[in-house]
Design a protein around this ligand. Structure first.
Ligand SMILES: Cc1cc2nc3c(=O)[nH]c(=O)nc-3n(C[C@H](O)[C@H](O)[C@H](O)COP(=O)(O)OP(=O)(O)OC[C@H]3O[C@@H](n4cnc5c(N)ncnc54)[C@H](O)[C@@H]3O)c2cc1C
Ligand code: FES
Length: 520
């Protein structure tokens, strides 16, 4: 998937909107891609109102003209970010920055785009609306997807008190999904990886405390951090994420065995890949397979073998057709699979499989799943059920403590029972909702889960959540890279996985939203 806006290199598309178009060019709910003063602009009509905003998504540069209009918002076709047509604001992650907003003028029956109105990324969007006047100290433990999005949202809500983020990873926050994709493949420069440029958090008075939170005392309302004075809070957001499941087989602790969660992990795999000849990936998880793809892309001379206990990669989550397609796609790129196998030992130069076979390996990457980091929450006495149990407002069993991201099990209104997922976009959006609720918004977290996974030039989008679907319906042909796989539970679509069917994925999201009890 392309990154960056790429504007300037491309020929401008559509009409010059500064000279205007007739009002009836667009019916209610229509959008038009054009340009103004050398930039691509999206003109949209909602009722009798016309709006113009930048046409390129601020996440990875998705084409908003190919997205969906919903009320006075537009959704990006690539990873479903949502922008306000009124002011360009990024209403939903994964985009965090607004797109430019353009002033529109009506001249008789013509609509013309006149000038660009730039917007500060954290300018208060909800001024005073949710401000809890009594609150002056919010602490966030974990500055990854959820924690960093929460910190920004507090400021976007006009919160002027202290915002402290405790994180033991000195690089956080960064674009974690990229660590197994373009960054690992050698196609993303370093400057794409941090979520924000240097100085950003200082500018918005978000204090990052680099250290490990060791204990929360909900009675005294303090967070203990290794080697520091306890940090007092009035409201706390827990966003400690997940950590890779570690292998315990003989030889698993050797230096050539890598896991991938952090930027440091990705860099050390890159370093090792420069010296390695034979890589073995243990586990055909999304991360395991993305690593296999990126290693092959980075160095086509590196042999890459993947071993996994299942008969077909990703079949459990994606169904048979997509599982088969993913396997063939990787094989076309030279990856060799050893399925229905586990690793029984790792030696300096080889991995032994359960069938006794030895695979030469001077680089081993383990991707056998993650487990949520729950210790802090557990020790603080929060209710835990394979995740931190939260209510529809993302509040835990202890008032004043919220949880978001990979650790949170929330009552998803689109699922029959509470769920916990490990998706970037969900984590960021939960962080945003938790922040608004800390300030008194009382907002349900009811957004439809969404994730994507990228392998070579193919991106799979998955909207919804289906643990055990009753049946799977396939429309199209995965081999032709044009497919939608529907996971049906109780005669409803619980989830939809698509390849190059972005519009359908967005439509499904919108349909599921409309079907939620709150929106009927
Ligand atoms: C390589 C990789 C690729 C991925 N690709 C995708 C993808 O394509 N699409 C997708 O939807 N999802 C993807 N994911 C999953 C996604 O990154 C996670 O769901 C998301 O990061 C979860 O956000 P979070 O805020 O809950 O946790 P994290 O982003 O993990 O952040 C948690 C933070 O808390 C800190 N922390 C934890 N405990 C403590 C403590 N006690 N004290 C101080 N700090 C602490 C950690 O250092 C970390 O910085 C990927 C994950 C990985 C690892
Ligand atoms: S490119 Fe628009 S959401 Fe990712």
């Amino acid at each position: 998937m392309a990154s960056g806006s790429g504007e300037g290199e491309k020929k401008l598309e559509g009409p010059d909107l500064t000279t205007g178009v007739t009002a009836d060019t667009l019916a209610d709910g229509d959008k038009l891609l054009g340009h103004a003063k050398g930039e691509q602009v999206l003109l949209a009509r909602v009722g009798d109102d016309f709006f113009a905003i930048g046409a390129t998504c601020t996440h990875y540069g998705g084409p908003l003209a190919e997205g969906a209009l919903v009320g006075d918002t537009v959704r990006c076709p690539w990873h479903h970010a949502c922008f306000s047509l009124r002011n360009g604001e990024a209403l939903r992650a994964p985009a965090l920055n607004p797109v430019a907003c353009w002033r529109v003028e009506r001249r008789a029956d013509r609509i013309a785009v006149v000038e660009k109105v730039e917007r500060d990324p954290l300018s208060p969007s909800y001024p005073d609306q949710y401000r809890d006047a009594a609150l002056s100290k919010v602490v966030i433990v974990g500055g990854g997807a959820a924690g960093s999005a929460a910190a920004e949202m507090l400021r976007r809500c006009g919160f002027r008190g202290d915002v402290t983020v405790v994180d033991d990873d000195d690089g956080a926050p960064y674009d974690r999904p990229n660590l197994s994709k373009d960054y690992l493949a050698g196609n993303a420069p370093e400057e794409w990886i941090p979520i924000r440029p240097p100085g950003f958090y200082d500018q918005y008075r978000v204090v990052f405390v680099r250290g490990r939170a060791t204990r929360i005392d909900p009675r005294l309302r303090v967070v203990h951090v290794e080697g520091r004075q306890p940090i007092p809070y009035e409201a706390l957001i827990l966003a400690t994420g997940a950590e890779p499941v570690r292998l315990t087989i003989p030889g698993a602790d050797q230096p050539q065995v890598h896991y991938l969660r952090t930027l440091r992990d990705s860099r050390s795999i890159i370093d090792a890949a420069g010296r390695a000849t034979n890589a073995v990936v243990i586990g055909a998880s999304f991360i395991g397979l993305e690593v296999a793809a990126s290693l092959r892309t980075r160095n086509s001379k590196l042999s890459v073998h993947v071993l996994a206990p299942e008969a077909l990669p990703l079949e459990r989550v994606m169904g048979r057709d997509l599982g088969q397609f993913i396997k063939s796609l990787h094989e076309e790129h030279g990856v060799v699979f050893h399925l229905q196998q586990t690793a029984t030992r790792i030696d300096r130069d080889a991995v032994t499989l359960s069938n006794g076979e030895r695979l030469a390996a001077d680089l081993v990457v383990v991707g056998v799943g993650v487990r949520p980091r729950l210790q802090l929450a557990e020790d603080a006495g929060l209710r835990i059920e394979n995740g931190v149990v939260v209510d529809e407002y993302l509040q835990t069993s202890v008032p004043g403590i919220y949880a978001a991201g990979d650790i949170a099990r929330w009552p998803d209104p689109h699922s029959p029972k509470p769920i916990r997922v490990e998706h970037w976009v969900v984590a960021q959006r939960q962080g945003q909702t938790a922040a608004r609720n800390v300030l008194g918004a009382r907002e349900h977290f009811d957004q439809v889960p969404f994730f994507w996974s990228a392998h070579y030039d193919v991106s799979i989008n998955y909207v919804g959540h289906a643990e055990k679907p009753d049946r799977v319906e396939v429309d199209g042909d995965a081999e032709k890279r044009d497919v939608a796989v529907r996971f049906i539970s109780r005669e409803n679509t619980a989830a939809l996985a698509t390849i190059f069917r972005d519009a359908e994925s967005l439509e499904q999201e919108i349909e599921m939203e409309r079907a939620t009890p709150d929106n009927q």
